[in-house]
Design a protein around this ligand. Structure first.
Ligand code: NQM
Length: 355
């Protein structure tokens, strides 16, 4: 029997699911690679019925991983968003959820030797030229997926994956606040244009005659609000140094409201056209950071803990996501290390046809 297709591992990373590949198993030419990934995921098609994508941006994601040749790093990780209903593959954003599976994948594929108990993986994130440190649980040379850590948006519990960052500010926009201010007026709405790991436009839900507590389905059905948010997004793109964002999955558009579950701030995120079932991890980090700026529309609505090390619970449609933010007066962005907890699980390992 001959084996056809290419090696592919499907993993849940945080609240997303994606296909993980070794870079050497994919074509090196990006155009050829992207054509192949569209075919593999089944795009463009709202149901992705002829591919392995799940018909939702949160399950139409790809990780490309290789051993790193950069000093101080174990692996390089490129995130690709495969659009569901358009023939587009975008490397314009990072993804903290898919990042959560990269450490385990690197160990599974022998790129990193596991230590007994815990393994630390230093990851270079190619999309934003920044670094992440992942701490995963390992036993007998392989990742241990079972455990007691729980994250909202995923049933049950799993082994914890700790992710930390020291250089997330300005990941794609070149500055934490690319307009130089935390309050920029677009289309009559006061917005915070911010990038602490993910370019996000933060706006008050009430400026759209919404409460900010609507369901994902209600918001996705609201064509008037979606059209206005897209107008603001297209205007925000160039202001955020992202250029024309018509065919890009950034910036994300987040509506904020006062917290109602004991957290710091409530959110509803357009990523950018569908509404997130929870919130992206770097997206949450950017929103949490916006809350620190008094001029931001988020600040007046937020309830923040005191002190220079803050646990900020960002509420979303399926619970909350806790971000640990350390303020550092000496850093140019005013921020020190940021970290969060995720979990990940191997769901399938095999070969995917490439006809
Ligand atoms: O912001 C969805 C997700 C994401 C991205 C999106 C993410 C992040 O939940 O770091 O994780 O915003 O497109 O996977």
């Amino acid at each position: 029997m001959t084996l056809d297709g290419i090696p592919c591992m499907i993993m849940r990373g945080g609240t997303s699911k994606g296909a993980y590949f070794l870079a050497g198993d994919l074509p090196s030419d990006p155009a050829q690679r992207d054509r192949l990934l569209l075919r593999i995921m089944g795009s463009p098609d709202p149901r992705q019925i002829d591919g392995i994508g799940g018909g939702d941006p949160l399950t139409s994601k790809v990780a490309v991983v290789r051993a790193s040749e950069r000093p101080g790093f174990d692996v390089d990780f490129l995130f690709l968003q495969v659009f569901v209903d358009q023939p587009l593959v975008s490397d314009s954003q990072n993804c903290g959820n898919i990042l959560a599976g990269v450490g385990a994948f690197a160990v599974e594929r022998g790129l990193v030797q596991a230590d007994e108990g815990e393994t630390v993986i230093r990851i270079y994130m190619e999309n934003t030229a920044q670094s992440a440190v992942a701490r995963i649980r390992t036993k007998d040379g392989v990742p241990a997926y079972g455990g007691e850590a729980r994250i909202d948006g995923v049933p049950g519990s799993a082994a914890p994956v700790y992710l930390s960052f020291t250089d997330a500010a300005g990941s794609s926009c070149g500055a934490l606040l690319p307009t130089g201010s935390a309050a920029t007026e677009i289309d009559g709405v006061t917005c915070t244009l911010i990038d602490n790991g993910m370019p996000v436009v933060v706006m008050r839900a009430t400026d759209f005659d919404l409460t900010g507590y609507e369901s994902r389905e209600e918001l996705e059905a609201n064509e008037v609000v979606k059209a206005r948010i897209e107008r603001i997004r297209l205007a925000a793109g160039p202001l955020m140094n992202l250029g024309d964002v018509k065919k890009k999955s950034v910036p994300k558009m987040t509506l904020v409201a006062p917290p109602i579950e004991g957290g710091a701030i409530m959110t509803r995120s357009f990523i950018p056209h569908r509404v997130h079932a929870s919130i992206g991890v770097f997206g949450a980090l950017s929103v949490a950071t916006a809350c620190m700026f008094p001029e931001s529309p988020a600040a007046a609505l937020a309830t923040l803990p005191e002190g220079d090390t803050k646990t900020v619970a960002v509420e979303h449609p399926s619970g909350n996501l806790e971000i640990l933010l350390r303020l550092d007066k000496d850093a140019p962005s005013g921020l020190g290390e940021c970290s969060f907890l995720r979990t990940a699980r191997k769901l399938f390992d095999g070969r995917v046809p490439v006809d």
